[in-house]
Write a protein that binds this ligand. Sequence first.
Ligand code: PLP
Length: 353
Amino acid sequence: MMIHNFSAGPCVLPKEVILKASEALLDFDNGLSLIEISHRSKAFVDVMEKARALALELLGLEGKGYKALFLQGGASTQFLMVALNLLEKRAGYLNTGTWADKAMKEAQIYDDVYEVGSSKASNYNYIPKGYDVPSDYDYLHVTSNNTIFGTQMKSFPKVDIPLVCDMSSDIFSRTLDFSQFDLIYAGAQKNMGPAGTTLVVVKEEVLGKVSRKIPSMMDYKVHISKNSMFNTPPVFAVYTSMLTLEWLKNLGGIKAIEEVNEMKARIMYSEIDLNPLFKGFTAKEDRSNMNATFTLESENLKETFETMVKEAGINGINGHRSVGGYRASMYNALSIDSVKALVEVMSELEAKA
Ligand SMILES: *Cc1c(COP(=O)(O)O)cnc(C)c1O
């Protein structure tokens, strides 16, 4: 039976990527495994350089003063790394979800932080708009896609201070003018590769302006100066991410995948909107094309629905514990057929009820 993997992360990756990655585990370079050779070998240095170049190329940021890094520690380490490298006096945070909230709390350890807007009081079911961002702040931090709640920023504030964005759950999924951001970070495990590496894309000119001493491992400038090889990189995660970026490039880049992602979201949301047994959680204009959250109108059908879901090979649609209900995560590698399979179960349930 075909398995439809709607997991929120780690999540579905392209089959051909997993296949190639598994081959490299057995034989990557003259009979040696990817995970048993030196990261300083030419074969791996080429991988790292290709992954960094592909990331900038796909985002349209080549030759624009940006550097791409593949670091460790997950997106959660970026919460503090951003503050250590950019926060001198005060920074603004837009609080649109659990991850945004965590990012803000980490920054507070180092200096003053101001919440420019928040939807916490309504359990993050919309994206705050029309907030002011003082122009003397060191930076504004936003979260482009709120994985847990299923909201997504459709536009970004025009600010004249550095704009920092946690794009963990929608990077490489839609076209944007990525040059409006000065620092983008994303854990690999939602649209790029296995857990274990985090992509950081940073405009070099925003660095080196804080007065504090930054520990080497936390210092973007150190990682840039060592071409993302200050210490042993997570070779398997970087290699697999490189394969996914190659896959995306061959597909036609972000523009091509965006069309597919929009189609998947349209199919999913029209079922949620039109099927009287289901309802969404979030403001319609802020709905995420990556994570669709919804619930049953009546708990009576829960068991029937969940049995049908399981029988159809649908996996990973349980909502996050802080929201409940269901969450269909539709990352780049999830096929339209998988979305159709879920929607079919939802309409079958309607026919049955
Ligand atoms: C998953 C996620 C994180 C946390 O990523 P880790 O790599 O587990 O630290 C942060 N931000 C967003 C938006 C996420 O979706």
